[in-house]
Write a protein that binds this ligand. Structure first.
Ligand SMILES: [Zn+2]
Length: 272
């Protein structure tokens, strides 16, 4: 049995699958992130034991953190700070006596996206949840090359809102779920039309910039805000069509992996 773990600031999703090539899971469990490393490790190991009695062949983890080059240490887990510098890979390898592969969540999700998005020469994957992240993937020699970026921290307003990264006016400060909550006190789906106009405006500006630089054939979205507000993607697409003149408007759609995008990414790390 293969185990996939998608660890974020709010939830940790744990699932099992019979093959690392799968995009479907036998069982899933959703845990609340406690941001206490020992407690989180215990609930993850308990959850794996409860999912399967079979031997665990490999474990893949997509985690919201910057990793070191050897991918065995979480250098900076911005949204789960208690996990920073903790030996997550080693601890799980000791417990299950098997190989554990860890990757940054956005990089893993983009890899997972490449499994369901095989018909495009290139695509831009965007995770639109509490924060905004993403990566560009290009088809080369029968596989996708993935280029990570900090696209949520491109500046869309001069001297704009202060961002957690230290810059001002980042895309994330206007469109990220956490900043939307901070400035309006509401979830994105509960905002009025006027507030949405601003969000769509800023996102379409950010995407116009990205399209002009990367020339993607398709843009796919995942993440809580995107999934809760699917109809807004069409509004963003209309706004981009007014600003973008240098390149054809790419297709824009929700990822086929939907809410499983992180888990599919984690599982895809285990493919040979
Ligand atoms: Zn920023």
């Amino acid at each position: 049995m293969f185990i996939a773990i998608d660890a974020g600031a709010t939830y940790i999703r744990v699932a099992n699958a019979s093959s690392p090539n799968s995009t479907e899971f036998t069982q899933r469990s959703i845990l609340s992130t406690k941001n206490n490393y020992e407690e989180d490790l215990t609930q993850i190991t308990d959850s794996i034991h409860s999912l399967t009695n079979e031997p665990v062949k490999k474990i893949g983890i997509a985690v919201a953190s910057v990793l070191n080059e050897e991918k065995n240490e979480l250098i900076f887990a911005n949204n789960i700070p208690a996990w920073t510098k903790k030996p997550l890979k080693q601890d799980l390898e000791n417990e299950f006596k098997t190989e554990v592969i860890i990757e940054n969540d956005v990089a893993a999700a983009t890899l997972g996206e490449s499994l369901v998005n095989t018909d495009s020469k290139s695509f831009l994957f965007i995770s639109w949840g509490s924060g905004i992240g993403g990566a560009f993937a290009k088809h080369v020699d029968n596989k996708y090359e993935i280029m990570s970026s900090e696209l949520g921290h491109q500046i869309v307003e001069i001297n704009g809102r202060e961002c957690s990264c230290g810059q001002n006016g980042c895309l994330e400060t206007y469109c990220g779920g956490a900043f939307i909550k901070k400035f309006s006190g509401k979830m994105a789906k509960d905002l009025d039309q006027e507030s949405w106009e601003e969000i769509e405006e800023k996102f379409s500006l950010g995407l116009t910039n990205l399209i002009a630089i990367l020339l993607p054939e398709k843009i796919t979205f995942a993440g809580g805000v995107a999934l809760d507000n699917e109809n807004r993607l069409e509004e963003i697409r209309k706004k981009i069509s007014k600003t973008l003149k240098v390149y054809p408007l790419p297709e824009i759609e929700i990822s086929k992996n939907r809410e499983n995008f992180g888990l599919v990414g984690a599982l895809s790390l285990l493919r040979d």
